[in-house]
Design a binder for this molecule. Sequence first.
Ligand code: SR1
Ligand code: MG
Length: 433
Amino acid sequence: MSKAEAFQALTIETLPARLGSVDALTSRIGKDSSHWKVKEVGDGNLNLVFIVTGDKGAAIVKQALPYVRLVGESWPLPLKRSFFEYHALVRQEARAGVGTVPAIYHFDEAQALIVMEFLTPHIILRRALIEGRMPPKIANDLGLFVARTLFRGSDLSMTARGRKEDLALFADNVELCDISENLVFTDPYYEAKLNRHTSPQLDALVEQMRSHTELKVEAQRLKHLFATKAETLVHGDLHTGSIMVTDDDTRVIDPEFAFYGPMAFDVGMLMANFWMSFFSQRGHEREGSRAAQRDWLLGVIVEIWETFRVEFERLWHSERNGMLYSRSVFEDQGDDAGSSAALIGLISQMEEDMLGFAGVEIHRRILGLAHNADFENIEDTDSRAACEARALQFATSIIINAKFSMSLEDAVTLARDCDDGRLPLDSDEGHSQ
Ligand code: SR1
Ligand code: MG
C-alpha cells in the first residue's frame, strides 16, 4: 500500500490484496496471499486486530479506526494514535529489552496500521487471571518493565534535548490523553452520560462517593498531576488487558495512550488491575475456592513494587546520567548519602501518587464507561455488586490515605481486610482505614 493512499479500514476480505505486496509481511508468513487465512480478533475498545496466517507463519495486523470502536462513529478519534503506538513500542523495546513487547515488522502511517509479531500461545493476562491461572513470571517481568521504561524515558537518563524533543512528539497525542482525563479522573465522580454501574445494588454507595468532597478533591489533584507532570514516556493504559502471557513470557502491548506523564501513573494503573482481579475472585468461585489465587495476587502486587523499587535503585546508581539529581551535586562530592536521600524521596512520592492513581483506575472501571471483564463476567449481579462495592471502598480509602503515609504494604493489608468484609469507615474526613 502506498503512503499516498487515503485511509481505508481493512476487512477480512480486502486484507490479502491490500497487504499482499508488503515485503515485511510476506517474508514472514508467505508470499501467496491467496492462501492467507484472516481472522479479526480485536476485543479492545478502539481498534481492528487481525491474525493473518500464511504458508510460512502468522502475523498480527492492527489498524486504528477513525472512531472509538466501543461507542461507534459518533465518537471520532484520530488515526494518529497508531503513530504514537508505533513510536512507543520502539522506545519500550529499546528501554526494557527485546522480547518485552511484540516485534514490529512494518508501520504504515497513512493506513494507521502496524504489522507485528503474532504472540502464541500467549493469552491476555486479564483472561488468564479470570480463569484462575497464576503465570509465574509476571511480577518480576512487569516490575522490571516499568522500572526500565519509566527511568530510561525520563530526565534521569535521557539528555535534556532528547527528552524535550520526544515530549514534543508525543504532546500531539491529545485526544487519547483527553479520553483518560475524562474517563479516569472526571466522569466517575459525577453522573456523566456514558457512565454505568451495577444498579440498583451500588446506587447508594455511588451517591455517597459523588458527594465525598475530599475524594473529589484528591481525584482532581491526581488529574492535575496526570495532565502536567511530564516526567517520562508512560505506556498510558497499562492494565492487564494490555499484557500477554505464557508461563515463560510476558509481553506488554497496546501503548497507543503513550505520552509524557507521571511515572506513578503506569505503576498505579497496573496495581489497580491486579487489585480488581483480587476483588473479583470471590465472584468466580463457582468451580471452587479462589483463596490461593487471591493470596497469589496480593503477592504479585508486593513483588511488582519490590522489583520496581530495586531495579529503579540499580538504575539510579548505574545509569543516572541525565540532568536531574546530577552526580556533580552528590556522588562527585562524596555525598552518597544525599543521593540516597533524594532517591528515597522520589520513590516515596511515587508510592503516594501510585496509590492515588490506582484508586481512580478502580473507580472508573466500576463506575465509568469502560468496565473490566474481571467484574463484568460475574453473571450474578448481587455477587458482582458485592465484589465491586469492596473494591470501590478500598479504592476510596487508598486515594484518601495515600497522603497520610500509607505504604503499598498497608494498602495490601487493607485490600485483604476489605475483601474479608472489614471495610474502611465511611468518612469524608480522610485518614480512615
Ligand atoms: C473510549 S476508550 C475506553 C478505554 O479503553 C482503553 O483501553 C482505555 O483504557 C480507555 O480509557
Ligand atoms: Mg488498548
